[in-house]
Design a protein around this ligand. Structure first.
Ligand SMILES: [Zn+2]
Length: 170
């Protein structure tokens, strides 16, 4: 009895396997580099990050640290240009969305669409929204709802998570 049941299952399995195999030969994996990849695309080990980053950048970007208020190099920096992720170089913010919030960290009221992910963060007994780089997952800072118009948002970002590219050097 069991023998007669097993046999058709075996046949079906072989048929299925050959079907899947022929299908995968007909449609090879996407190797087109121009097609955008969704999600976090840059994943390195802690050791690899340590080779690329300073100790401060590593502690903030990879370990979700925070630089001391008013200590960062871009807190009161208002030159024209773009701010990139210090981890992977993705262009995150334009200088025309940066403003002086007085909070002690660089503040922006908007970011370049698609470059930042937001996550609920309940660490340190607070209810905040963490923002990370969409490409490398690096911790950037937090977003608060006390920013200026038109968004009403304040992206409060660690200077150490950013690099600045001046318009005049482009
Ligand atoms: Zn990044």
């Amino acid at each position: 009895m069991t023998r007669s049941i097993k046999y058709p299952i075996l046949i079906t399995s072989i048929l299925l396997v050959s079907l899947i195999t022929s299908k995968s030969f007909g449609q090879p994996a996407n190797t087109n580099p121009t097609k955008p990849i969704q999600g976090q695309t840059m994943q390195l080990t802690d050791e690899q990050w340590k080779e690329r980053l300073t100790n401060e950048q590593f502690n903030i970007l990879r370990k979700k640290g925070t630089e001391r208020a008013f200590s960062g190099m871009y807190d009161e920096h208002f030159d024209a240009g773009t701010y990139t992720c210090a981890g992977c170089g993705t262009v995150l913010f334009q200088s025309d969305t940066k403003y002086n919030s007085g909070c002690g960290w660089p503040a922006f009221f908007n970011f370049i669409p698609g470059t930042i992910n937001e996550h609920r963060d309940t660490s340190h007994g607070m209810n905040r929204t963490e923002v990370t780089c969409a490409k490398c997952g690096g911790h950037l800072g937090h977003v608060f709802e006390d920013g200026p118009r038109p968004t009403g948002l304040r992206y409060c970002i660690n200077s150490a998570s950013l690099n600045f590219v001046s318009d005049s050097t482009k």
